[in-house]
Design a protein around this ligand. Sequence first.
Ligand SMILES: NC(=O)c1ccc[n+]([C@@H]2O[C@H](COP(=O)([O-])OP(=O)(O)OC[C@H]3O[C@@H](n4cnc5c(N)ncnc54)[C@H](OP(=O)(O)O)[C@@H]3O)[C@@H](O)[C@H]2O)c1
Length: 245
Amino acid sequence: MQIAGSVALVTGANRGLGRAFARELVSRGAAKVYGAARQPAQVTEPGVLPVALDITDPQRVAEVAMECADVSLLVNNAGVMKASTFIGAPNTDAARAEMETNYFGTLSMCRAFASVLAANGGGALVNMLSVGSFYTNPFTASYGASKAAEWSLTNGVRLELHHQGTLVVAVHASFVDTDMAALVDSPKISPESVAQQAFDAVEAGQIEVLADERTRTVKASLSRDHELIYPPVQGFWDSIVQGTQ
Ligand SMILES: NC(=O)c1ccc[n+]([C@@H]2O[C@H](COP(=O)([O-])OP(=O)(O)OC[C@H]3O[C@@H](n4cnc5c(N)ncnc54)[C@H](OP(=O)(O)O)[C@@H]3O)[C@@H](O)[C@H]2O)c1
Protein backbone atom coordinates (compact mmCIF):
# COMPACT_ATOMS: atom_id res chain seq x y z
CA MET A 1 0.00 0.00 0.00
CA GLN A 2 1.27 3.47 -0.86
CA ILE A 3 0.99 6.22 1.76
CA ALA A 4 0.76 8.89 -0.94
CA GLY A 5 -2.91 9.46 -1.65
CA SER A 6 -4.11 7.40 1.32
CA VAL A 7 -6.46 8.64 4.04
CA ALA A 8 -5.04 7.93 7.50
CA LEU A 9 -6.15 8.21 11.09
CA VAL A 10 -3.69 8.24 14.00
CA THR A 11 -4.82 7.88 17.63
CA GLY A 12 -3.01 9.87 20.31
CA ALA A 13 -1.81 12.25 17.61
CA ASN A 14 -1.32 15.25 19.91
CA ARG A 15 2.16 14.31 21.19
CA GLY A 16 4.96 11.78 21.21
CA LEU A 17 4.91 8.97 18.70
CA GLY A 18 1.41 9.87 17.51
CA ARG A 19 2.53 13.31 16.43
CA ALA A 20 5.54 11.77 14.65
CA PHE A 21 3.27 9.28 12.85
CA ALA A 22 0.97 12.10 11.71
CA ARG A 23 3.86 14.28 10.53
CA GLU A 24 5.43 11.39 8.59
CA LEU A 25 2.11 10.64 6.89
CA VAL A 26 1.79 14.25 5.76
CA SER A 27 5.38 14.28 4.49
CA ARG A 28 4.77 11.07 2.49
CA GLY A 29 1.84 12.66 0.70
CA ALA A 30 -1.20 11.18 2.44
CA ALA A 31 -4.30 12.82 0.96
CA LYS A 32 -5.83 13.33 4.41
CA VAL A 33 -4.55 12.71 7.94
CA TYR A 34 -6.98 12.64 10.85
CA GLY A 35 -5.23 13.32 14.16
CA ALA A 36 -7.37 11.80 16.89
CA ALA A 37 -6.84 12.92 20.48
CA ARG A 38 -8.64 13.29 23.78
CA GLN A 39 -7.85 17.01 23.56
CA PRO A 40 -8.15 17.74 19.82
CA ALA A 41 -7.05 21.37 20.33
CA GLN A 42 -3.60 19.93 21.07
CA VAL A 43 -3.37 18.52 17.53
CA THR A 44 -1.42 21.35 15.92
CA GLU A 45 0.68 19.55 13.32
CA PRO A 46 0.30 21.30 9.92
CA GLY A 47 -1.89 19.32 7.53
CA VAL A 48 -3.48 17.19 10.27
CA LEU A 49 -7.23 17.36 10.92
CA PRO A 50 -8.06 17.18 14.64
CA VAL A 51 -10.69 14.65 15.75
CA ALA A 52 -11.94 14.28 19.33
CA LEU A 53 -11.49 10.67 20.45
CA ASP A 54 -10.95 8.78 23.68
CA ILE A 55 -10.37 5.19 22.55
CA THR A 56 -11.85 3.83 25.80
CA ASP A 57 -15.25 5.31 24.85
CA PRO A 58 -16.83 2.70 22.52
CA GLN A 59 -19.70 5.02 21.51
CA ARG A 60 -17.29 7.75 20.43
CA VAL A 61 -15.12 5.16 18.63
CA ALA A 62 -18.19 4.09 16.63
CA GLU A 63 -19.06 7.73 15.82
CA VAL A 64 -15.51 8.44 14.61
CA ALA A 65 -15.60 5.36 12.37
CA MET A 66 -18.72 6.84 10.73
CA GLU A 67 -17.33 10.41 10.57
CA CYS A 68 -14.03 9.21 9.08
CA ALA A 69 -15.45 6.63 6.67
CA ASP A 70 -12.77 7.38 4.06
CA VAL A 71 -9.91 5.97 6.16
CA SER A 72 -7.69 3.39 4.44
CA LEU A 73 -4.82 3.43 6.97
CA LEU A 74 -5.46 3.20 10.71
CA VAL A 75 -2.61 3.78 13.17
CA ASN A 76 -3.49 2.56 16.68
CA ASN A 77 -0.88 4.47 18.63
CA ALA A 78 -2.65 5.73 21.77
CA GLY A 79 -1.47 4.03 24.93
CA VAL A 80 -0.72 4.43 28.62
CA MET A 81 2.06 3.12 30.86
CA LYS A 82 1.59 3.42 34.63
CA ALA A 83 4.96 1.95 35.77
CA SER A 84 3.22 -0.55 37.99
CA THR A 85 4.31 -3.90 39.43
CA PHE A 86 1.96 -6.87 39.78
CA ILE A 87 2.43 -7.59 43.50
CA GLY A 88 3.83 -4.37 44.93
CA ALA A 89 1.19 -2.06 43.44
CA PRO A 90 -1.34 -0.86 46.04
CA ASN A 91 -4.29 -2.09 43.95
CA THR A 92 -5.14 -3.17 40.40
CA ASP A 93 -6.17 0.30 39.16
CA ALA A 94 -3.07 0.76 36.98
CA ALA A 95 -3.35 -2.74 35.52
CA ARG A 96 -7.00 -2.12 34.65
CA ALA A 97 -6.30 1.31 33.11
CA GLU A 98 -3.52 -0.11 30.94
CA MET A 99 -5.65 -3.03 29.80
CA GLU A 100 -8.64 -0.72 29.19
CA THR A 101 -6.62 1.58 26.91
CA ASN A 102 -3.92 -0.58 25.34
CA TYR A 103 -5.98 -3.72 24.81
CA PHE A 104 -9.70 -2.91 24.92
CA GLY A 105 -9.32 0.56 23.36
CA THR A 106 -7.26 -0.83 20.49
CA LEU A 107 -9.71 -3.73 20.12
CA SER A 108 -12.62 -1.24 19.85
CA MET A 109 -10.75 0.68 17.16
CA CYS A 110 -9.98 -2.48 15.17
CA ARG A 111 -13.59 -3.64 15.36
CA ALA A 112 -15.03 -0.23 14.41
CA PHE A 113 -12.66 0.36 11.49
CA ALA A 114 -12.53 -3.15 10.01
CA SER A 115 -15.51 -2.49 7.75
CA VAL A 116 -14.25 1.02 6.92
CA LEU A 117 -10.93 -0.41 5.73
CA ALA A 118 -12.76 -3.10 3.75
CA ALA A 119 -14.93 -0.49 2.05
CA ASN A 120 -11.78 1.42 1.08
CA GLY A 121 -10.01 -1.49 -0.57
CA GLY A 122 -8.55 -3.30 2.44
CA GLY A 123 -5.90 -0.80 3.37
CA ALA A 124 -3.67 -1.21 6.39
CA LEU A 125 -3.81 -1.22 10.14
CA VAL A 126 -0.73 -0.43 12.26
CA ASN A 127 -0.65 -1.28 15.97
CA MET A 128 2.03 0.39 18.11
CA LEU A 129 3.27 -2.35 20.42
CA SER A 130 6.42 -2.72 22.50
CA VAL A 131 9.38 -4.94 23.38
CA GLY A 132 7.27 -5.36 26.52
CA SER A 133 4.91 -7.51 24.42
CA PHE A 134 7.62 -10.19 24.51
CA TYR A 135 8.72 -10.37 28.15
CA THR A 136 7.84 -9.11 31.61
CA ASN A 137 9.83 -6.29 33.16
CA PRO A 138 8.79 -6.06 36.84
CA PHE A 139 8.94 -2.24 36.80
CA THR A 140 6.30 -2.04 34.10
CA ALA A 141 4.72 -5.44 34.63
CA SER A 142 1.05 -4.68 34.07
CA TYR A 143 1.92 -2.51 31.06
CA GLY A 144 3.74 -5.53 29.60
CA ALA A 145 0.67 -7.68 30.16
CA SER A 146 -1.46 -5.17 28.26
CA LYS A 147 1.05 -5.01 25.40
CA ALA A 148 1.25 -8.83 25.26
CA ALA A 149 -2.54 -8.84 24.99
CA GLU A 150 -2.37 -6.19 22.27
CA TRP A 151 0.23 -8.27 20.40
CA SER A 152 -2.08 -11.28 20.55
CA LEU A 153 -4.93 -9.05 19.35
CA THR A 154 -2.78 -7.85 16.45
CA ASN A 155 -1.99 -11.40 15.34
CA GLY A 156 -5.64 -12.42 15.58
CA VAL A 157 -6.92 -9.36 13.72
CA ARG A 158 -4.41 -10.08 10.93
CA LEU A 159 -5.92 -13.55 10.53
CA GLU A 160 -9.51 -12.28 10.65
CA LEU A 161 -8.96 -9.45 8.16
CA HIS A 162 -6.80 -11.41 5.67
CA HIS A 163 -9.85 -12.17 3.52
CA GLN A 164 -10.52 -8.45 2.97
CA GLY A 165 -6.91 -7.68 2.02
CA THR A 166 -6.07 -5.58 5.09
CA LEU A 167 -2.35 -5.46 5.92
CA VAL A 168 -1.92 -5.63 9.72
CA VAL A 169 1.46 -4.35 10.91
CA ALA A 170 2.84 -4.89 14.43
CA VAL A 171 5.41 -2.27 15.44
CA HIS A 172 7.53 -3.19 18.46
CA ALA A 173 10.03 -0.81 20.04
CA SER A 174 12.12 -0.52 23.16
CA PHE A 175 12.58 2.97 24.63
CA VAL A 176 11.40 5.81 22.42
CA ASP A 177 12.21 9.43 23.21
CA THR A 178 8.76 10.66 24.30
CA ASP A 179 7.02 11.67 27.54
CA MET A 180 6.32 7.99 28.30
CA ALA A 181 10.03 7.23 28.59
CA ALA A 182 11.05 10.59 30.05
CA LEU A 183 12.32 9.06 33.30
CA VAL A 184 14.30 6.32 31.56
CA ASP A 185 18.07 6.76 31.50
CA SER A 186 18.82 4.27 28.71
CA PRO A 187 19.36 4.56 24.97
CA LYS A 188 16.20 5.69 23.17
CA ILE A 189 15.34 5.84 19.52
CA SER A 190 13.54 8.80 18.05
CA PRO A 191 9.80 8.76 17.38
CA GLU A 192 10.63 9.84 13.82
CA SER A 193 12.67 6.66 13.27
CA VAL A 194 9.78 4.50 14.51
CA ALA A 195 7.31 6.30 12.23
CA GLN A 196 9.59 5.94 9.21
CA GLN A 197 10.11 2.22 9.83
CA ALA A 198 6.39 1.66 10.35
CA PHE A 199 5.40 3.31 7.07
CA ASP A 200 8.28 1.70 5.17
CA ALA A 201 6.74 -1.62 6.33
CA VAL A 202 3.26 -0.55 5.21
CA GLU A 203 4.60 0.40 1.78
CA ALA A 204 6.59 -2.87 1.52
CA GLY A 205 3.70 -5.06 2.73
CA GLN A 206 5.63 -6.27 5.81
CA ILE A 207 3.74 -7.41 8.90
CA GLU A 208 6.28 -6.71 11.65
CA VAL A 209 8.69 -3.94 12.61
CA LEU A 210 11.34 -4.55 15.30
CA ALA A 211 12.45 -0.96 15.55
CA ASP A 212 15.73 -1.16 17.51
CA GLU A 213 18.54 -3.56 18.39
CA ARG A 214 17.22 -4.40 21.89
CA THR A 215 13.82 -5.34 20.50
CA ARG A 216 15.40 -7.48 17.77
CA THR A 217 17.61 -9.25 20.36
CA VAL A 218 14.70 -9.97 22.71
CA LYS A 219 12.47 -11.30 19.92
CA ALA A 220 15.31 -13.52 18.66
CA SER A 221 15.77 -14.89 22.21
CA LEU A 222 12.16 -15.89 22.84
CA SER A 223 12.65 -19.60 22.28
CA ARG A 224 15.26 -19.55 25.12
CA ASP A 225 13.76 -16.73 27.19
CA HIS A 226 14.29 -18.44 30.58
CA GLU A 227 18.01 -18.71 29.83
CA LEU A 228 18.66 -15.50 27.92
CA ILE A 229 16.09 -12.88 28.98
CA TYR A 230 14.89 -13.50 32.51
CA PRO A 231 18.12 -14.20 34.51
CA PRO A 232 19.58 -10.71 33.95
CA VAL A 233 16.17 -9.12 34.63
CA GLN A 234 15.88 -11.18 37.84
CA GLY A 235 19.36 -10.14 38.97
CA PHE A 236 18.65 -6.48 38.37
CA TRP A 237 15.27 -6.69 40.12
CA ASP A 238 16.77 -8.51 43.14
CA SER A 239 19.43 -5.80 43.49
CA ILE A 240 16.75 -3.11 43.47
CA VAL A 241 14.63 -4.94 46.06
CA GLN A 242 17.65 -5.55 48.30
CA GLY A 243 18.62 -1.88 47.99
CA THR A 244 15.22 -0.79 49.25
CA GLN A 245 15.19 -3.12 52.27
N1 LIG B 1 7.87 5.79 24.61
C1 LIG B 1 8.27 4.53 24.61
O1 LIG B 1 9.36 4.22 25.13
C2 LIG B 1 7.43 3.48 23.92
C3 LIG B 1 8.05 2.27 23.60
C4 LIG B 1 7.31 1.28 22.97
C5 LIG B 1 5.97 1.49 22.67
N2 LIG B 1 5.39 2.68 23.02
C6 LIG B 1 3.98 2.84 22.69
O2 LIG B 1 3.86 3.92 21.79
C7 LIG B 1 2.55 4.50 21.89
C8 LIG B 1 2.67 6.00 22.03
O3 LIG B 1 3.39 6.27 23.22
P1 LIG B 1 4.27 7.58 23.44
O4 LIG B 1 5.63 7.13 23.72
O5 LIG B 1 4.03 8.57 22.36
O6 LIG B 1 3.63 8.03 24.82
P2 LIG B 1 3.08 9.42 25.33
O7 LIG B 1 4.04 10.48 24.96
O8 LIG B 1 2.75 9.20 26.75
O9 LIG B 1 1.74 9.63 24.48
C9 LIG B 1 0.63 8.77 24.67
C10 LIG B 1 -0.46 9.22 23.73
O10 LIG B 1 -1.58 8.34 23.89
C11 LIG B 1 -2.72 9.15 24.14
N3 LIG B 1 -3.74 8.45 24.89
C12 LIG B 1 -3.62 7.81 26.08
N4 LIG B 1 -4.81 7.30 26.46
C13 LIG B 1 -5.70 7.60 25.47
C14 LIG B 1 -7.08 7.35 25.27
N5 LIG B 1 -7.80 6.68 26.19
N6 LIG B 1 -7.66 7.81 24.14
C15 LIG B 1 -6.94 8.49 23.22
N7 LIG B 1 -5.65 8.79 23.36
C16 LIG B 1 -5.02 8.34 24.48
C17 LIG B 1 -2.18 10.33 24.90
O11 LIG B 1 -3.13 11.37 24.93
P3 LIG B 1 -3.15 12.50 26.13
O12 LIG B 1 -2.17 13.55 25.71
O13 LIG B 1 -4.57 12.93 26.16
O14 LIG B 1 -2.72 11.79 27.39
C18 LIG B 1 -0.95 10.63 24.05
O15 LIG B 1 -1.30 11.28 22.88
C19 LIG B 1 1.90 3.81 23.08
O16 LIG B 1 1.02 2.80 22.63
C20 LIG B 1 3.06 3.20 23.84
O17 LIG B 1 2.67 2.08 24.59
C21 LIG B 1 6.09 3.68 23.61
